[in-house]
Design a protein around this ligand. Structure first.
Ligand code: ZN
Length: 233
């Protein structure tokens, strides 16, 4: 178990470096966690750049958010991470960042709900925009909880993005896929045309999910659109 924890600490440090170097976060933003077992979670602390962490900077908390091991204070989004683990027994890791293109869609109030890119359809499907919830409060997770079972990636209105996965790298890769998809859709929108794949093409891609270890029904529901914003779109 000790060996496993050391390995997981190393993985979180590596992913922290990647999200920082890719510009998915600024300053001390973002947080990454991994479930150790039914009772404990390894999570990044608050007040540190995710690009410059050492393995010993990470802390262990219990499912009530109480600090169990480590010298630093838990992430401000600890509650969101814990609630995700409670609601999704299949999730082993959670990644939260503010990647600029995905966050741009989240600020513009636009769901990433167009089925346009094969890899994105296979891995994530639709990425819904979750209503604004105040950072560091239960309100943020209250908004996410409405659709936590249906998707593995979420845009957080006026804030950023959250991805969940079966490992630290899996959650991170979903963040990378999400940001790449947002960048490409942004470019296509500038070019004036977003051509979506048809139902059969989407079904063919979804049918390959099992082969890639992806849950077959993830990201297939149309997101609930806010009645206030969606009228004119
Ligand atoms: Zn944030």
């Amino acid at each position: 178990m000790k060996q496993d924890i050391n390995q997981l600490r190393g993985e979180v440090v590596q992913v922290g470096k990647r999200i920082y170097e890719h510009g998915y976060v600024a300053s001390n933003d973002g947080n990454i966690s991994v479930r150790l077992d039914d009772n404990f979670v390894l999570i990044t602390p608050t007040g540190i750049s995710k690009g410059f962490m050492k393995p010993e900077d990470l802390i262990i908390i219990d499912m009530n958010g109480e600090l169990i091991e480590g010298m630093r204070k838990p992430s401000t989004e600890t509650d969101m991470h814990i609630q995700i683990y409670k609601d999704r027994s299949d999730v082993k890791s959670v990644c939260h960042a503010h990647p600029p293109y995905a966050t741009g869609f989240a600020v513009a109030g636009i769901h990433l709900d167009k089925m346009v890119l094969p890899e994105v359809i296979m891995m994530l499907g639709i990425v819904p925009l979750v209503e604004y919830g105040e950072t560091g409060t239960g309100h943020l997770y209250e908004m996410i909880s409405k659709s936590i079972k249906d998707y593995d990636a979420f845009l957080l209105a006026n804030h950023g993005a959250v991805t969940v996965g079966t490992s630290v790298l899996d959650a991170y890769h979903k963040m990378e896929t999400l940001e790449h998809a947002a960048l490409i859709q942004f470019i296509a929108r500038q070019l004036g045309k977003v051509k979506v794949l048809n139902k059969n093409q989407v079904a063919q891609l979804v049918s390959q999910r099992q082969k890639w270890g992806v849950r077959e029904d993830v990201g297939l529901k149309s997101p609930k659109k806010s009645t206030k914003k969606s009228k004119k779109r």
